[in-house]
Design a protein around this ligand. Sequence first.
Ligand SMILES: *Cc1c(COP(=O)(O)O)cnc(C)c1O
Length: 369
Amino acid sequence: MTVPMIDLQAQYRQIKPEIDAAVAEVLASQVFIGGPNVEALEEAIAVYAGVKHAIAVASGTDALLLLLKAIGLQPGDEVITTTFSFFATAGAIANAGATPVFVDVDSATYNIDPALIEARITPKTRAIVPVHLFGQCADMDAVMEIAARHGLYVIEDNAQALGATYKGRAAGALGHAAAISFYPTKNLGGAGDGGMIVTRDNDLAAHVRLLRAHGSDAAYVHRIVGTNSRLDALQAAVLRVKLEHLDTWNERRRANADYYSAAFGSMARVVPPTEHDANHHVYHQYVIRLPRRDQAVELLRGKGIGCAVFYPLPLHSQACFAHLGYTASDCPQATRASREVLALPIYPELTREQQDQVLAVVHEHLAGA
Ligand SMILES: *Cc1c(COP(=O)(O)O)cnc(C)c1O
């Protein structure tokens, strides 16, 4: 590939001595589960997100699931979320025993449209799960205001926006609790699966700490039924090294986004991403809209340029939720976006020459469109 969608090897080359030393230290210690690396990462993420508690778990999906279990959902309870996200957001709600209630998105930011939330609240609604999609926070003041009026929990899905801010406050510190993912391609990615729960709420923190360790806080004493959802020391060691670089990497993503957006400013039929005034966007993905999207994908891939569609089918249209009875037209903005959006390479190590190659092929597509 001339321009891959992401180049993790390029990232590893920059920090290889630090990573290799951190991994070697864990191997020398033979402490693999919990221990000083995991505790130090929890402290570092709590400071980074500006919250009191950070609890490491096995994945971002588990971070969502454990939080949803910790708020005590009962069968039949409803949890409101966006229809335009990675599947895990809705999967966690269903796996926690609740019914996901899907809300359409704002067509400019692709985040949940707060103006549509209130109409979906019922006596069974317990929580709202906004997603900070593509690296930009949802309109959290509006979400929190609605939640406060109805006594609902707000759990941020912050898998894609670690390092982003909303009105100067950190993503992950805006709701009652948040789920972070360290999947390898996320802005802060481990060498495998990993996740973190962050919260200021002492009771929620204590509850998810129990849930991640079989409901036990003393050996062989089980207060509740939990599960095994721990972070490996090897992951924590790698993530501690990478966290030191996260702000620099996020700024490079932003600079790359500026470069693309300046060029797209003169291509009339391309809609570049919108960064809302309240937000500091960290561009987990750089997502444009353009005509004949599927042909653009073919042309780009044919020329060795990575690209991706996030997401080709909104959650309310997934087969596993057919029993909930939605039709595509229930969430028209997300349905339309799913046909028009295209994510281009935006990773921090991307060069201007590579961006020029991407731009040239998009230009060629438009000339033929
Ligand atoms: C990646 C992601 C998750 C899940 O994280 P994993 O660590 O892969 O389990 C959840 N929600 C969103 C929006 C994501 O992008």
